[in-house]
Design a protein around this ligand. Structure first.
Ligand SMILES: [Zn+2]
Length: 463
């Protein structure tokens, strides 16, 4: 009996405690300097009111009232921006050659089929790496068809960034070494029918965009296949993405309605016609300045010339990736490193050869012409690691001459536009999802201050 009374008393205490510690209805971020992602002047001593996963008010102290029953986070002296968007990644790729046997065949050690199956089953390590790096949305612009399924999985996962994915790519290439008999990254565009069916299939799967990997711009017959596919993309209400590193390819892509150009035009300076076409289409330009030299860094590591350096003070890179990069010199005896190529790897200077001069020139021309630019790393390619690579890309763009204030917009709003998710995120305004980052240092003074990350909020959850 005594025991029962004791239990009743305990229960009463527990109920009282539960009643007095109700969950707050709102989260308020108070006092920080706010960059809303639109490019407008920052708001000092700002207020951001969040209810559930949405922002309900943002602005100055006069503009937003702190509601009752709020959890107030004092962020005076800190800086808030929207969560970063990496508008160019590949989930099937690991950051090393095990997922790119076309670059260095190490399939004896790492069977490609197993590598890709692992990638499909384990995206969480990259989700964590992205969030840890302040990235709250990513665009996978090329992978196997399973990558399209990541969109919904990530949307429903509170610990994942938002994902958009295009799925397999249409290409003139035949029999790529990184295709499996059962699943493809590259779909050879051998007929109009191939293109139309691929567009219909991927669009029905829910792909965000249909990507072309190179287009044979000088070949009329081939271009008629591209046109047929482009027509179908319009019919499906999807968007056309093109990997074009040559000016003629890029212009042919634009004439067919491309709204997202990935990679810089690298062979020559862009001309007025290119700029005109891009402006008419409202095309977004994604320069990927550092990915090519990333390959060189990965080759140098594999050839045992220089270890691959991972600058990762926040420990965002997962163990498996870390090990992959650390054990790269096990391939020093690879036949690729016994030939004349090795000299190129030795002569590469990580300080001075990180970006291509034509890429820089064209980035500035595109910027000055007012073509919207999105930040994307091409993460997953050898030497370009998921998550942390965004800092290197941003810093390379800044060094190329893009002001930090504009880079904030390119890494937030423009990325969301490229992903076709601007209604949901990309700027900090009432009605949008609460995806934001809090920084110790001012990112508009130096974009490298994006590295001074303190907190990440994804879908209203603070990490
Ligand atoms: Zn890519």
């Amino acid at each position: 009996m005594k025991n029962v009374q004791f239990l009743i008393t305990l229960y009463a205490i527990a109920v009282m405690a539960a009643c007095t510690t109700t969950q707050p209805d709102y989260t308020v971020i108070k006092g920080a300097t706010l960059f809303d992602g639109s490019g407008s002047e920052p708001v000092s001593n700002s207020i951001l009111v969040i209810q559930g996963n949405r922002i309900i008010c943002t602005g100055s102290l006069e503009e937003c009232e702190i509601p009752e029953n709020s959890e107030v986070l004092d962020m005076a002296g800190k800086y808030v921006t929207p969560g970063l968007v990496d508008a160019h990644v590949h989930f099937f790729q690991t950051g090393f050659f095990d997922s790119r046997p076309d670059g260095l065949d190490i399939t004896e050690t790492y069977p490609f089929a197993e590598v890709v199956a692992y990638q499909q089953l384990n995206p969480q390590r990259y989700f964590d790496a992205y969030l840890c790096s302040g990235i709250t949305a990513v665009y996978d612009v090329g992978g196997m068809s399973w990558s399209v399924g990541l969109q919904e999985a990530a949307e429903l996962n509170p610990n994942a960034p938002h994902v958009a994915a295009s799925g397999p790519l249409l290409t003139p290439a035949q029999g790529a070494p990184f295709d499996l008999p059962s699943d493809k990254v590259l779909v050879p565009l051998n007929s109009k029918e191939d293109g139309i069916k691929t567009v219909q299939y991927l669009s029905a799967l829910g792909s965000t965009g249909i990507k072309f990997w190179q287009i044979r711009s000088g070949d009329e017959e081939y271009m008629s296949r591209v046109e047929a596919a482009a027509d179908e993309i319009r019919r499906q209400g999807n968007q056309m993405i093109v990997h074009a590193t040559q000016l003629e390819q890029a212009k042919a892509a634009l004439r067919n309605g491309t709204t997202l150009l990935v990679h810089s035009v690298s062979d020559q300076e862009v001309d007025d016609e290119f700029i005109q076409l891009a402006l008419e289409n409202g095309t977004i330009y994604n320069p990927t300045l550092i990915v090519s030299s990333g390959y060189m860094l990965a080759y140098r590591a594999a050839a045992d010339i220089e270890p691959f350096e991972i600058h990762d003070p926040n420990h965002c890179v997962d163990e498996k990736t870390r090990e992959l990069m650390e054990t790269a010199p096990q391939f020093r005896e690879h036949s690729l490193f016994s030939g004349s190529l090795v000299e190129r790897f030795q002569n590469f200077d990580p300080e001075t050869d990180r970006v291509n001069e034509t890429d820089v020139l064209n980035l500035l021309k595109v910027y000055e012409a007012g073509i919207p630019i999105a930040v994307g790393t091409d993460a997953g390619n050898p030497g370009t690691l998921h998550g942390i690579s965004i800092y290197d890309e941003l810093e390379a763009m800044q060094q190329a001459g893009i002001p930090a204030m504009d880079l904030i917009v390119m890494a937030t709003k423009n990325g969301a536009l490229a992903m076709q998710r601007f209604d949901d995120f990309g700027t900090l305004e009432a009605g949008k999802l609460a995806n934001l980052i809090i920084l110790e240092e001012d990112p508009s003074e130096d974009i490298a201050n994006m590295r001074s990350l303190l907190h990440v909020m994804i879908k209203g959850n603070l990490r």
